[in-house]
Design a protein around this ligand. Structure first.
Ligand SMILES: Cc1cc2nc3c(=O)[nH]c(=O)nc-3n(C[C@H](O)[C@H](O)[C@H](O)COP(=O)(O)OP(=O)(O)OC[C@H]3O[C@@H](n4cnc5c(N)ncnc54)[C@H](O)[C@@H]3O)c2cc1C
Length: 267
């Protein structure tokens, strides 16, 4: 990460802004009157006005010719805010918990263990990799992630205080999942003891399909500020949607694809 950060900072005009929320995105064509606070637009005739807010500072706007929306759980919200109702993309959320383990039944373990996928009726082969065994860099054992579908508040993922409280609470590991995780693990390591499991870590997957919806790969979609720009492929906003596991492992490959295969087609 430090190396990538350095590459950006060393590049011409490269800048990284931390702790800043994008609060609104609007398509821009040169004829559009600018949102207050947007900079002089120079040569850009199609693009996106991005309004952002850093804590304790005045909101501001930037104009981008191209925009890459890689906002994870919020990625469809950013998009849906300007898409017409019939083109909006639904998102579903699946919590994944890990439990650390210290106890009997694992003395012969030397590497990661993945359970065979469930493929019967109501099975989750496409929903998660199953509660597998992972080893951290110190060689400690962790089981997970399991899968638990969640219903976010109807309003907005980053909406009011109540909503953010909902997400914060969900990210706190708790004991509610341990029993089911123990059952899942005993299918491939029968000697694992319940008492050795401790809640450890939680994450939330951005899902493009609901429970039982089958397989959905990563989705990389381009949107354009207007029909002319779309025809001429100018001013693309590229959205990375449903980037769940192995999204982290695939980060550099996805970035390469966005730059080489999607943005390269720009006029
Ligand atoms: C439990 C679990 C286990 C996983 N295990 C693995 C694994 O073993 N291997 C693997 O390869 N992958 C794994 N993944 C998947 C991996 O974490 C994701 O694929 C990856 O993080 C997706 O990257 P992203 O950049 O698309 O989204 P994120 O990592 O979610 O990053 C999005 C960023 O955008 C920010 N953001 C959101 N909205 C806004 C806004 N309005 N303004 C500004 N910033 C905003 C967020 O704060 C966040 O920092 C796992 C995921 C989970 C949930």
């Amino acid at each position: 990460m430090e190396s990538l950060e350095k590459d950006i900072l060393d590049s011409e005009g490269g800048e990284i802004v931390y702790a800043t929320n994008v609060v609104r995105i609007d398509p821009y064509q040169q004829s559009t009157s600018l949102v207050q606070g947007a900079p002089d637009v120079g040569a850009i005739d199609h693009g996106w006005v991005v309004q952002a807010h850093s804590e304790g500072e005045e909101p501001y706007a930037v104009l981008a010719r191209n925009l890459i929306n890689s906002s994870g759980l919020s990625s469809t919200l950013v998009l849906n805010a300007f898409l017409p109702q019939e083109k909006r993309i639904p998102m579903y959320y699946a919590r994944g918990s890990y439990a650390s383990y210290h106890g009997p039944g694992v003395s012969s373990v030397k590497h990661l263990i993945y359970p065979c996928p469930h493929t019967g009726p109501n099975a989750h082969a496409f929903e998660s990799l199953g509660t597998h065994l992972t080893l951290d860099l110190q060689g400690k054992i962790r089981f997970g992630p399991d899968i638990e579908w969640i219903d976010p508040p109807a309003s907005d993922i980053k909406g009011n205080e109540e909503d953010s409280d909902f997400w914060t609470k969900l990210l706190v590991p708790d004991e509610s999942r341990l029993h089911d995780m123990h059952q899942a693990v005993r299918n491939y390591l029968p000697g694992v003891a319940f008492d050795g499991l401790q809640p450890d870590y939680v994450g939330i997957r951005p899902k493009l399909i609901p429970p039982g919806g089958g397989f959905q790969d990563f989705s990389i979609r381009s949107h354009y500020p207007d029909v002319d720009a779309a025809r001429e492929r100018r001013g693309a906003m590229v959205s990375l949607l449903g980037i769940e596991s192995p999204g982290l492992t695939s980060t550099l490959a996805i970035a390469e694809m966005v730059v080489e295969d999607v943005l390269r087609l720009e006029a």
